[in-house]
Design a protein around this ligand. Structure first.
Ligand code: ADP
Length: 191
């Protein structure tokens, strides 16, 4: 099984490019953000726990997303691997992923990182807020806090995966969606 990680700041285009990748390589696209939003919409205890954290631009606890990912790994069949979007987002999550894959006799295949500058994060999320109406996209303060959280907690993963030779990066800006998609597909072809 392949275990690809789509990495990058909020709004980098992970969700935008996941579909094409998942289809081309017969991967199950797992977005922790989408899974969490489904729990919130269904009003589950997990969703209730996650709702206010997400709306404020904070991360949900590591154990929560780790549990969701493990459950998804166990329940998917007929695929060649997974495309993780928005997970891992902290060092403990990355270590948990190593343990979870090791227990299955597998390992992370590669990290596909889409990089965009902070100003562009602001522009894109403000634009997305008008289209998707997500609570965590609505305020400048929340967006700024998510960018801070990304730099403080998620960016250290770059070094973590660089050390293992699994880190690969493309520019998510400048360029059209199609141009960035081409970069991503070409990168994965060479992993
Ligand atoms: P974006 O790409 O804009 O960051 P996501 O849909 O990936 O949006 O995530 C939305 C929110 O869900 C995050 O800001 C965070 O609160 C929560 N979340 C998603 N994935 C994780 C994770 N791996 N660990 C903790 N919180 C997460």
């Amino acid at each position: 099984m392949k275990y690809f990680i789509l990495f990058g700041p909020p709004g980098a285009g992970k969700g935008t490019h996941a579909g094409a990748l998942a289809q081309k390589y017969n991967l199950k696209h797992l977005s922790t953000g989408e899974l969490l939003r489904a729990e919130i919409a269904a009003g589950t205890p997990l969703g209730i726990q996650a709702r206010d954290l997400i709306a404020a631009g904070n991360l949900v606890p590591d154990e929560v997303v780790e549990g969701m990912i493990e459950k998804a790994f166990d329940s998917c069949t007929g695929i060649d691997g997974f495309l993780l979007d928005g997970f891992p987002r902290t060092l403990p999550q990355a270590e948990a992923l190593d343990r979870i894959t090791a227990a299955r006799g597998e390992t992370v295949t590669g990290v596909i990182s889409i990089m965009i500058p902070d100003e562009e994060v602001f522009n894109r999320i403000a634009h997305r807020a008008e289209i998707e109406g997500r609570a965590d996209d609505a305020s400048k303060t929340t967006i700024a806090h998510r960018i801070e959280t990304y730099h403080a907690q998620t960016e250290p993963l770059i070094e973590y995966y660089r050390k293992t030779g699994k880190y690969h990066e493309v520019a998510g800006f400048p360029g059209s969606i199609e141009e960035v998609r081409e970069r991503v597909l070409e990168l994965v072809e060479n992993i």
